[in-house]
Design a protein around this ligand. Structure first.
Ligand SMILES: O=c1[nH]c(=O)c2nc[nH]c2[nH]1
Ligand SMILES: [Zn+2]
Length: 461
């Protein structure tokens, strides 16, 4: 591993200095959380009959529609009234090769991997199979309103290349990488540190910073990655600027026991990554259901984020995520669907399950408001990924990544929308009973990335 070249991300910056031609003024009730409700009271910002002026894919102005209309009489108006416009969701933990094995219920993590996930992951060695799965995957994320995702890739480099190609074509911002492992999975999924390094490097050079795509160095978990493999990952993180790092941690008690046996010199699970220099501001570790206090303190000190995946934790019986302890320690927390351990691609469902699991913890839980759920599903993810200057809310200068929730006529949620007496109630109902069927349209960088087939003009009550 002698390579020393660095690459600069080439794009990904909003072009705020573009001439304001082809301005679109979106007219909608919109909500967003530019600040964290965990830190700031009244973090939920609501604009009823609001306007967002977009040009070159970037938000140029925001405020009451009437004011923006008066200031920009030439802008084309897109009327989205009747729905609720939210920032595009940010899923910070989702597995590309597992879309077709959602629903493997009734097994704890290690058995689930053996019987459900890994046999399917082997199939991505076939490029045609991988292409079909990549198309389903990017489509599913966008149909659910997710415009940015930290994606656990495949163990096969051509399949990861296909994922990036599909993501870029579809508008999805994928932060993704080759999943690397050299033990305890199954032979077809194992590689060597040298090969992992070389294949990752080639993918980084091809995709990192291209369009909306970014690269994440991705050892599967310490259970399946030797010290040599983690060192190869660390070499990549040192040699290329702006990479992200992701893996799993402290998900399941049996898993933690195996990792302790494999790394007798490590203080705990986090230390297996920490010793390799892999715990930084650019790291997102999924689950962390069973952390000790040292781990939480170290994660906070390094600025590393935890991706909380409540549907997966429930489906696999992994346990209750200690959100209060994370917040008290100062660890940043975002949300992930963890498909296919999780139960689907909906960040609305994920937010609701996070709420349920905190409620069920009584005194140990955190009482989450609708503003918390929106923040966890949007801005918190942007912060975890170091992308908060580009996306996660509707502030001026950010990309117009957005999802329009617009329930169909004669549905229960439409009735709630018609009756809601406050914006917080509207948002709560959206998380409580919103489904992919209520996602009417999704924009990624100002372009329509998904539009439901039903006629938008016909559905206002
Ligand atoms: O929820 C999970 N899903 C996975 O695919 C996986 N691999 C390691 N650890 C994991 N946890
Ligand atoms: Zn996972």
């Amino acid at each position: 591993m002698t390579q020393t070249q660095t690459t600069q991300p080439q794009t990904n910056q909003p072009q705020t200095n573009q001439p304001h031609t082809n301005q679109t003024l979106y007219r909608a009730t919109f909500m967003h959380t530019p600040a964290s409700p965990f830190e700031t009271p009244d973090a939920l910002q609501v604009q009823e009959d609001g306007g967002l002026l977009v040009a070159g894919g970037v938000i140029q102005a925001s405020g009451p529609f009437s004011e923006l209309r008066a200031g920009h009489p030439g802008a084309e108006v897109s009327d989205l009234r009747g729905g609720l416009l939210l920032p595009g969701f940010i899923d910070t933990h989702v597995h590309y090769p597992q879309g077709r094995v959602i629903g493997g219920l009734g097994m704890p993590l290690l058995e689930w991997l053996d019987r459900n996930a890994l046999p399917e992951e082997v199939r991505l060695a076939d490029p045609d199979y991988a292409r079909a799965v990549a198309q389903e995957f990017t489509r599913s994320l966008l149909q659910n309103g997710t415009t940015t995702a930290l994606v656990f890739g495949s163990h096969f480099a051509p399949a990861v290349d296909t994922l990036f190609a599909e993501a870029e074509r579809s508008g999805l911002r994928a932060v993704a990488g080759l999943v690397v492992s050299d033990r305890l999975l199954r032979p077809e999924l194992h590689t060597t540190p040298q090969r992992a390094y070389e294949e990752s490097r080639a993918l980084i050079e091809r995709w990192h910073g291209v369009g909306r795509q970014l690269y994440a160095v991705t050892p599967r978990f310490s259970l399946s990655a030797s010290e040599g493999m983690l060192d190869a990952c660390a070499a990549l993180m040192r040699e290329f600027q702006g990479l992200r790092f992701t893996s799993h941690i402290n998900e399941n008690v049996a898993e933690i026991g195996v990792v302790q046996g494999l790394f007798p010199q490590a203080r705990d699970y986090l230390d297996t990554y920490e010793r390799a220099g892999l715990v930084t501001r650019r790291s997102v570790l999924a689950h962390n259901v069973h952390p000790n206090d040292r781990e939480l303190g170290a994660m906070a000190a390094h600025g590393c984020s935890a991706a909380h995946c409540p549907c997966s934790n429930s489906a696999l019986g992994s346990g209750f995520f200690p959100l209060k302890r994370h917040l008290q320690a100062g660890v940043h927390v975002s949300l992930g669907t963890d498909v296919g351990g999780g139960t689907g691609f909906s960040m609305l469902k994920e937010g609701l399950q996070a709420y349920f699991m905190q409620q069920l913890q009584g005194e140990q839980g955190v009482s989450l408001t609708p503003a918390h759920l929106l923040y966890l599903a949007t801005h918190a993810g942007a912060q975890a990924l170091n992308l908060a200057h580009l996306t996660g809310d509707f502030s001026v200068g950010k990309f117009f990544d957005a999802v329009l929730i617009d329930p169909a006529p004669q549905t229960a949620l439409r009735a709630v929308y018609a009756a809601a007496d406050s914006p917080a109630r509207l948002l709560a109902a959206t998380f409580a009973s919103g489904t992919p069927g209520d996602v009417a349209r999704v924009w990624a960088g100002g372009d329509t990335a998904y539009q439901a087939r039903r006629d938008l003009a016909a559905i206002h009550p």
